[in-house]
Ligand binder design. Structure first.
Ligand code: HEM
Length: 196
């Protein structure tokens, strides 16, 4: 009788251990953000409605996965930089507070997709605070976007179809572009001349 072998567990993504400011030298800011069509904006707003009803739980799940898979990202948070147990992290008020801030900022973006100036001013403020006050390496914004899309697709499979995920990828690209605008202004990132 043949015995079915269970597949090996997936290997975890490589942690960016010890990533220090300035070390990601190839990180560049794309030249522009791709605009969303009216239909794409509607797709984002419809799918986000379901997520935002569970805003705090989703935000906490996203951040816990982010900090577990990329432990070096904890370095910026005094309260849980040395924590390893996800359940302990879940109880951290600093983590919950940041989860709410992230989700509320995304909500403001989603609610104002018709108003590019508002979107750009909200995200410029986020970028400025993280570059100047919190000194966060900008690559973490890209990583967090990927983790967020992963968690949303897993937790809301009926709404985050392949098409919806593609539109969200575009939105998160635009978020990254706006946030890193502030990093460019303070000289932390350069604009790529080859980006399209
Ligand atoms: C879309 C992504 C993100 C959004 C919308 C966001 C939003 C915010 C906002 C609104 C604040 C308060 C701003 C202020 O201090 O004036 C904040 C604080 C902070 N953020 Fe973020 N953030 C994001 C990603 C990140 C990432 C990737 C990191 C680091 C890995 C990070 C680290 C911090 C830290 C350390 C603080 C201060 C926390 C405290 O004072 O307790 N953020 N964030």
């Amino acid at each position: 009788m043949s015995r079915r072998e269970s597949p090996p567990p997936p290997s975890p993504p490589p942690p960016l251990l010890g990533l220090q400011r300035g070390e990601v030298q190839c990180e560049e800011r794309p030249e522009r953000a791709e605009p969303l069509s009216d239909a794409e904006r509607e797709i984002i707003q419809d799918s986000w409605g379901h997520v935002y009803k569970n805003c705090e739980d989703v935000g906490v799940s996203v951040l816990i996965r982010f900090f577990v898979n990329f432990p070096s990202a904890k370095q910026y948070f005094s309260q849980f930089q040395d924590m390893e147990d996800p359940e302990e992290m879940e109880r951290s008020s600093q983590l919950r507070h940041h989860a709410r801030r992230v989700m509320n900022a995304i909500n403001t973006v989603v609610e104002n997709l018709h108003d590019p100036e508002k979107v750009s001013s909200v995200l410029a403020l986020v970028g400025k605070a993280h570059a100047i006050k919190h000194q966060v390496e900008p690559i973490y914004f890209k990583i967090l976007s990927g983790v967020m899309l992963e968690v949303l697709s897993e937790d809301f499979p009926e709404f985050f179809t392949a098409e919806v995920q593609m539109v969200w990828t575009k939105l998160m690209g635009a978020v990254y572009w706006h946030v890193t605008g502030a990093y460019t202004e303070v000289g932390w990132l350069q604009v790529s001349s080859s980006a399209v």
